[in-house]
Design a binder for this molecule. Sequence first.
Ligand SMILES: [Zn+2]
Ligand SMILES: [Zn+2]
Length: 139
Amino acid sequence: MTNRPSDKTDNEPFFYELNSYDIQRKPQTLVYDNSIVRVPLDPVLKSLRCPICLDFLTNTMATIQCIHRFCNDCISRWLQSDNKQCPSCRKQLKSKRYLRADHLTDSIVDMVKKQQIKLKELENQYQNQMDNNTGSDEN
Ligand SMILES: [Zn+2]
Ligand SMILES: [Zn+2]
């Protein structure tokens, strides 16, 4: 996603390289009717999680050498406790000067959080609809 070459013109086709997830995943079957299908979001969500607190990234900081991302709070605490390596890959990480704020990731996290709330609402609506349609008294 971040490696898009900038010297490409709009007319040139852009090829995405398959990552290991793409290679091993099962293709989604086409849906022709109005049924709702769950698509795994895990790989995307995983990349938006902080490896230290395992929660969504908050005030994201990225290492300038290896571009690993952490919450500002998490990586600050990590550096304060005299760890001078990137928590993800153990590359040298001397100080906060080797980190940059990553506002783009912050806005993606924001978007995903909002999307998840919406998704939950849709799920509830769908569930209610199903309950009404079938008249079932199951949960
Ligand atoms: Zn964190
Ligand atoms: Zn790293």
